[in-house]
Structure formats: C-alpha cells, structure tokens
Design a protein around this ligand. Structure first.
Ligand code: MN
Ligand code: MN
Length: 467
C-alpha cells in the first residue's frame, strides 16, 4: 500500500468527517432488531392516547410505579405520572439529590392528523361524511385518496369512556377522502399546491347505504348512526364529548430492498418518543433520569397536556415531596440545574428538493443523530439557542461512547422554519438542545427514517440519562 501523503494525513486529522453510519457500524443486528420492536410499537400507538397507553404498559412491565400511589421515594425507585391520558413523565431516582439537577429527554407523542369537528356527521347526495379540522401543519392534498383509520374516544355524561379504533385490523373497513378525477381537474390543477385541496374539502366518506324506510329523510346518515348506536351505544349528541382522530391506516414497514429504513405515519415525533422511553427502562444513573412525553407540540405546546403547562412543575414538586427534599424555591433550583435533550425530529436532506436545503448544514439520513443548536426562523427568531458550553458536554457524551452524530440546521435561510419543546424548558433555566432523528417527507402521511439513526438515538438517550 502506498504511504499516505502529508495532505492526506492532514486532511484526516483536520477535517470534520461526515460518513454514512452503515459503513463503520458493527451492530447491524442490534439496529435491525431494535427497529422491529419500534415498528411493532408504532402499529399499536398511532395517536397520543394510544402511545401513552402502550408506554404505561411498558413502564409497568419494567418495574415502574404510578407516582400517585407511592408514599415515599428512594434512590433507584422507578415512577411515572400520566397526565390526562395524553402526556407522561417517568423517572428513575438517582443517587444524587434532585437539587443537583436531572438528566432529561423530552419528546412529543402527538402528530399531524385530521380531527373530527364537534358536529361532524352529515349526508349529501346519499353519501355520509365526517367534517374534519386538521391538527398541526399538513399539506392537505396528501390526505386525500389514502386509507384512513378512526381512533379516539366517546365520553358519555355518566363518565363512561368508549374507545374507538376502526381501520387498523385487516377485517376492518377504512375511510377516505375523495379527490377530483384528472379528466375534470383542469381548473383545480391551475391552483397552487396549497389551494388544490382546501381545509373544508377534507371531508371523510363514511357510508353510502340508506336506512330502508320511505318515511324518513337523511337515510344514509340514519343508517350510520344506527350502526354506531349498536356498536358503541352512542347517539349523534355523543360526538359533542368525543375526541376522534383520523390517521393514515398504513402499517409501519421496513423500506427499501435493503430494509434500511422505516416508513410509517407519525414518526414525528414517535420515533424520538419510543427511543427515549426505551432508553430509560434500564439505565444506571447517578442523577435522576426523566423522560418527558408531551402532547400538543404540533399546535404550539399549549393546554394542560402541552409542554407549556405547569404540570411538569407539579411533577417535580411531587418527586421532591416524596423524596423529602422539597424546600422554598426548590423546583426552580432543580430546573435550573437540569440538562435536557429535546428529542425531536428534523428535516433530512432530500435530493429531490435540493433548492430548499443547504447541503453543508442540513441533516442526512443514516449519518447519525442530528443535533440542532437552534430552530426557529430566518434570524433564529423564536429559537432556544443552546449554549456552546452545553454543546461541548453533549459532544463529549457522544464522542466518548462512539455514537455517530451530525451537527445540523434546517433548510436554506428563507425556506421556512420550525420549533420544538426545547425553548419551553430552556425558558425555565435548563440547559437544552434539540437532538433527534432526520426524517424524509416529514408531516406527511408516511414519513421515512433510517434504522441506523434510530438506534443511534436510542444509544444517545441511554447514555445521556446516565449523565
Ligand atoms: Mn416534532
Ligand atoms: Mn412536527
């Protein structure tokens, strides 16, 4: 072999390498089997309620207890707190007192989707429909002509909660939104992509068979209500206190001849939620390790299940009380001394759309977890801009453990922008940085991730919890 030239040696030592992670990994088996577990979990947990329900099962299986049922806490104890069935916090109590800070990983479990409106059901020309209002940022045209499943709950006045899940089992019917045939779409095709299908066009086709009775009108609607009444014991009035969501009925699957990727609905941000939850299950920690699975991120993190709510402070207070470590101002002390990875996805560079990406700074599939120092818009507006000192700490954790990562930004300046829950915790004094997984077709009904990156995220979160 020829000796390396001075230039080659220099380049090797001085350049930042950004290599495809598959080239140098010796854990292909672990990567593939971890992804199997992820795919199976996703197929059971398409909505925030379902994710929290499955997460609770996993936590209990791994020795976690409901914080509300625990009197006192000691180091090594594992607890969780479920907030209104839509968000949760879970911790493993560390050796060190809480005032020295926690090691947190926070993801969100809500994803863009179509919600039913309060008065959803109507009939038009012998067909029955649901009116929807979309939740989160979607490209509306992507939601037509695909199979949709209905998930959620009816809650009756007497407190009974009736779970709904139709369209996931092979024997279930599915629902869909019709689009115009190309033959008659001359005018529609001249519209912009954003206007081709409008919000009010997102009406779900749910039936076409009339109830056989010549004396009644709206026979198809009546037939649907009769079916729902028999199945769930509900009437039209019960839609008032329902929360029903339509999500793509596609199954999560391996993608590509090499099965190197995952295609699935809702990977933003269930891919980070799953990896951060799995990572917590078996950590050996010095400091208290906590996973945050938040709701409502896609619509601004508001409300009592969103990250902006003070339920998180309540949780920290409860930990302090039960550890007998609470004192004046103690919650603030804990928050200010804590470190957090905001585990959320970022846009992966898409060679089909080069004009919106900045190839030197964007994230690439299979180059490891992506760290975003800041999110926000053009001039970093609205961003939590992580501190260099904290980034060096995170880098240290990753490099010491040979975890493949990339330091990234999102898109060209002027192309758009986005946000995560990072700023909310940063506002409370924590050191926070976004660290997640690159995604292709983000916010679409079928998002794409790399199995290599998923496994790297799992390793990252596990190592980070351990401090
Ligand atoms: Mn997200
Ligand atoms: Mn999102």
């Amino acid at each position: 072999m020829a000796e390396k030239t001075t230039g080659e040696i220099l380049k090797e030592n001085l350049f930042l390498k950004k290599e495809n992670g598959w080239l140098n990994t010796n854990c292909e088996e672990e990567i593939m089997s971890f992804a199997e577990g992820y795919i199976a979990f996703l197929n059971k947990a398409k909505t925030e309620r379902e994710f929290i329900k499955e997460a609770k099962k996993l936590l209990i299986e791994n020795g976690f207890q409901d914080l509300e049922k625990v009197g006192t806490l000691n180091k090594g104890d594992k607890v969780f707190y479920i907030n209104k069935n839509k968000s949760l916090f879970a911790s493993i109590i560390g050796e060190k007192p809480l005032k020295e800070g926690m090691q947190l990983v926070g993801a969100h479990v809500d994803s863009p989707r179509l919600d039913l409106r309060p008065n959803p059901l109507y009939e038009n020309t012998d067909m029955a429909y649901f009116k929807t209002r979309y939740y989160g940022g979607i490209k509306k045209y992507q939601w037509t002509c695909i199979p949709l499943s209905l998930h959620g709950v009816f809650t009756k006045v007497d407190g009974e909660v009736i779970e709904v899940n139709i369209g996931e089992n092979d024997n279930d019917p599915i629902f869909t939104i019709s689009d115009l045939l190309p033959h008659l779409a001359k005018k529609q095709e001249k519209k912009t992509l954003a206007d081709g299908i409008e919000g009010e066009d997102l009406n779900i086709l749910i039936g076409s068979k009339p109830f056989k009775d010549s004396k009644v009108s709206e026979k198809v609607k009546l037939n649907i209500l009769n079916i729902l009444n028999k199945k769930y014991g509900i009437t039209e009035k019960d839609f008032i206190s329902a929360e029903l969501e339509l999500v793509p009925a596609f199954k999560a699957k391996s993608l590509g001849f090499d099965s190197s990727m995952v295609a699935a609905y809702g990977q933003d941000d269930k891919v980070c939620a799953y990896t951060s939850l799995k990572a917590l299950l078996n950590v050996c920690n010095n400091k208290t390790a906590t996973v945050v699975l938040a709701d409502k991120e896609e619509i601004g993190s508001m409300g009592n299940t969103g990250m902006s709510s003070e339920v998180f402070e309540y949780y920290v207070n409860e930990l302090l009380n039960k550890l007998n470590q609470n004192d004046y101002n103690m919650v603030n002390t804990v928050l200010c001394h804590s470190k957090m990875l905001s585990a959320d996805v970022t846009a992966a560079y898409d060679p089909n759309f080069t004009d919106v990406f900045e190839k030197h700074n964007d994230a690439y599939l299979s180059k490891g977890v992506s760290i975003n120092k800041y999110t926000g818009g053009n001039g970093k507006s609205g961003a939590s801009d992580a501190n260099a000192e904290f980034i060096s700490y995170v880098r240290g954790v990753l490099e010491k453990n040979n975890i493949t990562y990339q330091m990234t930004d999102m898109g060209k300046i002027g192309a758009g922008g986005g946000g995560t829950i990072a700023y909310i915790l940063a506002n409370r004094g924590m050191e926070v940085i976004d660290l997640g997984i690159p995604v292709l077709s983000m916010h679409s009904p079928y998002e794409i991730t790399s199995k290599f990156d998923i496994y790297m995220a799992y390793l990252t979160y596990k190592t980070f919890y351990e401090g």
